[in-house]
Each structure stands twice: as structure tokens, then as C-alpha cells.
Design a protein around this ligand. Structure first.
Ligand code: SF4
Length: 380
């Protein structure tokens, strides 16, 4: 298949691995964070870390949509479905994220809550049309990739005056999360920031473009290479990062030029801006409360805001004490450093959110058995 097969060629991957090994300078280490869960999945699935020289370390970042969803947000959705009698629509991965009291959306559904898995916001709109006597809430999660479809659904609901439709908005922003990582204490060891660069998101960047990452290079002196999700994309991005580090450069480079431009998708950005505005702050699993890192509905669309319609009050809830998801999402620990990894916590029985989605670091390591010490913690 075009744009797939040629980016999964093992022979070319070995050539790129050779170029990376040749580019690595003696006595130097290179620590790159792949922000996106899609990259984490590709690195584990294709064994890319095994192809890299020991001096190149990959650190998993927080870019997995369900992983960063804090328990308190899932609790709000469960409350809507279990106690308020709404039809709650959500994407599949969200169903299994552990919440308070041993619950998840899936377990709430087993208790009788009307929770429906949807493949798109259009499915949720159709349910609202088909059941006008019921309140239908779409549990909207994810980064900038999934935000435009939510904006379109809200505008469509307004056009049709579907007043039984609303959105529990938990959309979050990638650049704010990268800034939070660069600002956190673990990213600095003895005054020197331990990360040497970022593999930047693929799908998110098709929407926002490469421009919003420029502060990473300008303000923090860290290179960013936007990369596609295929294995050769990731290998090429690592080579580009190694070269930048060697040259003492920090720039935003675009390996995924077949889909990403500097400006991004302006129409999608316009829809997002019409419907959403910045929240003053938002709690992330792992990163804590991050200012200006998430979106909420504008006043003009307040009628479609589930938080306002149902007067929801957010309450932060601590993670399970045994779970190391927070440290893993900050890049401070590796999945296998969690003492219940692969024993008590498995994809069939996830204790933390990183074991739920295939993009989660724990699930990726568990599924592909990549336990070799080729990833590292930020401050190690
Ligand atoms: S193995 Fe499970 S409990 Fe441990 S950090 Fe990963 S998701 Fe959390």
C-alpha cells in the first residue's frame, strides 16, 4: 500500500540504523522523548529501540489520549451515565480506563448505565437525533487530532437545534504539555536539562502544523523533529535529531512533510477556534494541573456544554498507590519499573491508564515484550 509499505522496509531501516550509529559521537548520549503514543506503539511493535546504538535512548512521553485522562474526569462521565440517566457516548479505549471505586465506564455499563461506544462524533449525533427524549453526552477526549470533529459536531447540533446533545469536553493541547515537561524538576539534572530533543507528533501536527513547537527550540534550545508513525519515519527522525545535537543546533524540522506543513490545517484550526477557548487550567494524569493546557466550550455554545448543563463539579482523585503511570507519563520511570507491571496489571486487567490503550507505554511494552534496557528515565 502506498505510503505504508515503503515506510516499513526492513532493509532501509537497517541502513538508517547504520547511519545513526555512524553519526553518534563517542562519549556522547542522546536522549529523545517521543511525545506521542503512536510513536511509542511503533517503537515497540517494530523493535526500533533494538536497532539503535546504546548511546541513543528513547523516553516515552505523555501523548496517549486515554493515558493522560485523570480519574476525576472519568468519574464525571460515570456519574452522568450512572446517576443522571444520560446516554454517554465515547470512543472505545476510554471504556476501560480505571476510575474511582474500582469502576470504569465498562463496569458502569455492566451495572446498567447506558454507555455506548462510538466510532465518530457523527454516531453520537445520530443517537441524539434518534432518541430526542433522552439526554446524549459525548465524552470528548484527545489532543488536537480529535478536537476538530468535536467542534463540527457541536456546530452541527446547533444547526439542527439538537438540544438533547452535549459534550463533556476533555480535549487537551500538545504544546502546553511539552512545555510542562520541559519545566518540571525531573527534566533538569544539576541544572542541565536531560532531554536532548523531541520526536514530535504526526497526526496532531497535521492539524496544528510545525509552528507551535518553535518555542521548544527558541526558548529551551531543544530540537524537535515532526515524524510520521511508520518505522522508517521514526528512524529518520532520530537520525535528524542526532545530527542537530551534533551540530549544536536546535530547530523544528519536519520529517513528515508528506502530511504536515508549517501552518497546519487552517480550516480545522478555524473550527476549533470558533467553538473552543482555553481553559485556565486542567489536571493531567502525570503532569498535574497545567495552566492553559486544555479547551472548553465558548459561551456561544454553552447550551452544548455538559459541564454547565449538568452543573458538574470536578474533583481530583489520586491514582492507585501501586501505579506508576504518573512517573511514566513524565518520562521519569519505565513501565517495567512498576512492581505490578505484567502481573497484577495487564491489558486484560489494567490497574492504570497506561495499560489500557495500544498507545500506552505499559501496554506497548507488555504486548511486544520490549523489556530490554533501551529506554531510560529523564533524570537517570
Ligand atoms: S503497569 Fe499498570 S499499574 Fe503499573 S504503571 Fe503501568 S498502567 Fe500503571
Amino acid at each position: 500500500m502506498k505510503y505504508i509499505d515503503e515506510f516499513r522496509d526492513g532493509g532501509v531501516a537497517r541502513i538508517l540504523a547504520g547511519k545513526i550509529a555512524a553519526a553518534v559521537e563517542p562519549g556522547r548520549s542522546y536522549r529523545f522523548m517521543e511525545f506521542c503514543g503512536g510513536h511509542t506503539h511503533a517503537i515497540s511493535r517494530y523493535g526500533l529501540a533494538d536497532l539503535l546504538p546504546p548511546a541513543v535512548r528513547l523516553i516515552h512521553g505523555p501523548g496517549c489520549p486515554v493515558c493522560v485522562l485523570p480519574i476525576g474526569r472519568v468519574d464525571l462521565a460515570i456519574d452522568l451515565a450512572l446517576s443522571r440517566g444520560v446516554i454517554l457516548c465515547t470512543y472505545g479505549d476510554t471504556l476501560r480506563v480505571p476510575a474511582s471505586d474500582g469502576l470504569s465506564l465498562l463496569k458502569a455499563k455492566a451495572r446498567g448505565a447506558d454507555i455506548r461506544m462510538v466510532y465518530s462524533t457523527l454516531d453520537a449525533l445520530k443517537i441524539a437525533r434518534d432518541e430526542p427524549q433522552r439526554e446524549v453526552v459525548f465524552f470528548a477526549i484527545g489532543f488536537e487530532t480529535t478536537t476538530p470533529p468535536t467542534a463540527l459536531a457541536i456546530q452541527q447540533a446547533e444547526r439542527e437545534q439538537l438540544l438533547n446533545f452535549s459534550v463533556l469536553c476533555c480535549h487537551v493541547l500538545t504544546p502546553a504539555a511539552i512545555r510542562a515537561i520541559l519545566d518540571m524538576p525531573e527534566a533538569s539534572a544539576g541544572g542541565a536539562v536531560a532531554l536532548d530533543g523531541f520526536i514530535g507528533p504526526a497526526h496532531v501536527s497535521t492539524v496544528i502544523g510545525t509552528r507551535p513547537y518553535e518555542f521548544v527550540a527558541a526558548d529551551y534550545g531543544k530540537p524537535v523533529v515532526i515524524a510520521g508513525f511508520e518505522p522508517l519515519d521514526v528512524m529518520q527522525a532520530i537520525l535528524m535529531l542526532v545530527r542537530q545535537v551534533n551540530q549544536g543546533r536546535a530547530a523544528v524540522e519536519n520529517e513528515f512533510s508528506r502530511a504536515v506543513s508549517r501552518e497546519g490545517n487552517l480550516k480545522a484550526q478555524q473550527r476549533m477556534a470558533e467553538v473552543f477557548e482555553l481553559r485556565s487550567e486542567f489536571e493531567w494524569r502525570g503532569l498535574g494541573v497545567v495552566p492553559a493546557s486544555a479547551l472548553q466550550l465558548r459561551e456561544a455554545y454553552a447550551a452544548y456544554d455538559a459541564e454547565r448543563r449538568f452543573k458538574l463539579v470536578y474533583r481530583p482523585v489520586p491514582d492507585n498507590k501501586a501505579c506508576e503511570c504518573a512517573a511514566i507519563l513524565r518520562g521519569a520511570k519505565r513501565p517495567q519499573e512498576c512492581r505490578i507491571f505484567g502481573t497484577v496489571c495487564t491489558p486484560e486487567n489494567p490497574v492504570g491508564s497506561c495499560m489500557v490503550s495500544s498507545e500506552g507505554a505499559c501496554a506497548a511494552h507488555y504486548s511486544y515484550g520490549r523489556f530490554r534496557d533501551t529506554t531510560d528515565r529523564v533524570s537517570a
